[in-house]
Design a binder for this molecule. Structure first.
Ligand SMILES: Nc1ncnc2c1ncn2[C@@H]1O[C@H](COP(=O)(O)OP(=O)(O)OP(=O)(O)O)[C@@H](O)[C@H]1O
Ligand SMILES: [Mg+2]
Length: 163
């Protein structure tokens, strides 16, 4: 697991940008964290790194927004998901295994559907609300996610081999 500390929304956006630059077709990023922990902020940075020009906001009522960047970006927000049937009706497989990359807020709600090889990111509010701890669980076969890609000057990191 890699641990980054972000002290502002801008730092979170910059972490997202670095992730977005290396994203490839078929990548799935599972975001887990409380309300206001920065999932959408991180997603907007990832979108910027993917060269998406649109403004990114949560697809709260539609469950999914699709953006066009270097590759398509499928942005799910499952906060209001009541059952997996809703995702079935949306045709989730066409996105997860489609032409673009997928980001899922509240991904714990669809953990049964996530392929093993996804990137899991947990966000936590720390420092009395002033900072965010961002825990990144790398898929095993993805060297391109190496820490130098993700780490900024400000970021504190820690590695260990467990997921
Ligand atoms: N270090 C930080 N990283 C990200 N956001 C931060 C940080 N510090 C403060 N913030 C603020 O916290 C809020 C995070 O909101 P955001 O919509 O990204 O959270 P979310 O996890 O998507 O919430 P929700 O569960 O409601 O979808 C924003 O208002 C942002 O400006
Ligand atoms: Mg959100």
């Amino acid at each position: 697991m890699n641990i980054l500390i972000s002290k502002s929304a801008l730092q979170t956006i910059n972490i997202g940008k670095r992730l977005g630059k290396v994203l490839k077709k078929g990548d799935i990023i599972a975001l887990v964290g409380d309300l206001g922990s920065g999932k959408t902020t991180l997603t907007s940075g990832i979108a910027a790194g993917l060269e998406v020009k649109d403004y990114v906001r949560s697809p709260t009522f539609t469950l999914i927004n699709e953006y066009q960047g270097r590759i398509p970006l499928y942005h799910f927000d499952l906060y209001r998901l009541s059952c997996l049937t809703d995702l079935e009706e949306l045709g989730w497989e066409e996105y997860f295994y489609g032409e673009g990359a997928t980001i899922i807020e509240w991904a714990q709600k669809c953990k049964e559907l996530l392929p093993q090889n996804h990137l899991r990111i947990e966000l936590k509010v720390v420092d009395k609300g002033k900072s965010r701890q961002i825990n990144i669980f790398l898929p095993e076969d993805r060297n391109r996610w190496a820490m130098p890609t993700l780490q900024g000057n400000y970021a504190k990191s820690q590695r260990n081999s467990s997921r």
